[in-house]
Design a binder for this molecule. Structure first.
Ligand code: SAM
Length: 287
């Protein structure tokens, strides 16, 4: 098996996993090590053995690009992810919403508690008062944001699915944040365009994008008009279950996200930081 075939085997395994929830990278790592150990030439075995010896005491992933000098990052396996989750201060109301959503179709779509905590932290660091969310579902990420907004804070939540909105609104009510959330039922791009037409350009501090993947570039262009200089646009699913890194995967959603990531790299209008949390989030700061 060539190294390319080993890579393919690894990625196929990754794609067989359900929606990324923070625990399949280490499985890739385990498979990767055993596959490499079986199939690579003896000259490369020292690398594999080094990795295999690390298997239980230090789960790491090593950059295969030699220009990074064997740089390692931590791999989050299930026990480590459980540990991370056990160190999250998830408000009771978010916990209840997450549990109710878990019984619903599409529950894997909601952001993870660690992602929600990061979003809330960014909003707080920014001192954000006016926010937009593109893709609200049952409200987990928007509620996390609304909870940390000041009383006069305002969050425009864009969602096309009425049933999901019903759940979200019930939890905004229970949490006492309904007055901060302006739910817009409809296509997100239409809502963003109407905000621009209503003279709201540059009036928002923070935006979170988590809806139709093939629309990411359009959402981004619209949000870039709505967010002020120094404001943030955070984009979810930028690693797309690892598919973005597999040149053999070229379905329309993967291509969209891969192109979007590439465009962001070259986009001088923003500073960027791609964070491997959840399914990958890129934080963009408008220059
Ligand atoms: C990944 S989920 C959002 C999860 C949410 N951020 C959370 O943490 O619970 C994506 C949502 O975007 C909505 N959506 C997809 N395309 C949309 C569009 N064009 N306009 C508005 N909402 C859309 C879907 O109905 C779905 O509820």
């Amino acid at each position: 098996m060539s190294s390319r075939m080993v890579l393919r085997c690894t990625n196929s395994f990754a794609l067989s996993q359900p929606k990324f929830n923070g625990c399949f990278f280490p499985l890739i790592y385990h498979i990767n090590v055993s596959a490499l150990t079986r199939h690579v030439p003896a000259t490369a075995l020292s690398f594999c053995q080094l990795q295999a010896s690390n298997l239980h005491d230090s789960p790491v992933t090593v950059a295969s690009d030699v220009r990074y000098g064997g740089k390692q990052i931590i791999s989050v396996d299930s026990p480590l992810y459980d540990y991370i989750l056990s160190n999250i201060r998830e408000p009771k109301i978010l916990h209840e919403l997450r549990e109710e959503t878990a019984t619903m179709r599409g529950s894997q779509m909601q952001v993870s508690p660690d992602q929600a905590q990061l979003l809330a932290m960014l909003v707080q660091i920014l001192g954000a008062k006016r926010c937009i969310e593109v893709g609200t579902y049952t409200g987990y990420s928007s509620l996390a944001v609304a909870l940390v907004l000041p009383e006069e804070g305002h969050l425009v939540a864009c969602e096309r699915d009425g049933k999901s909105i019903e759940v979200a609104k019930r939890y905004y009510d229970q949490a006492g944040v309904s007055h901060k959330v302006d739910v817009r039922h409809g296509l997100a791009a239409d809502t963003l365009k109407s905000l621009i037409q209503n003279g709201e350009s540059c009036r928002y501090d923070f935006a979170f994008v988590d809806a139709e993947k093939r629309m990411y570039q359009e959402y981004f262009e619209l949000l870039l008009q709505l967010v002020r200089v120094g404001g943030l646009i955070v984009v979810d699913n930028v690693l797309w279950h690892g598919r973005v890194a597999d040149p053999l995967v070229n379905d329309s959603k993967t291509l969209s996200i891969r192109n979007f990531n590439q465009n962001l790299m070259e986009d001088k209008r923003v500073d960027i930081s791609m964070v491997p949390i959840g399914d990958g989030m890129t934080i963009c700061r408008k220059r």
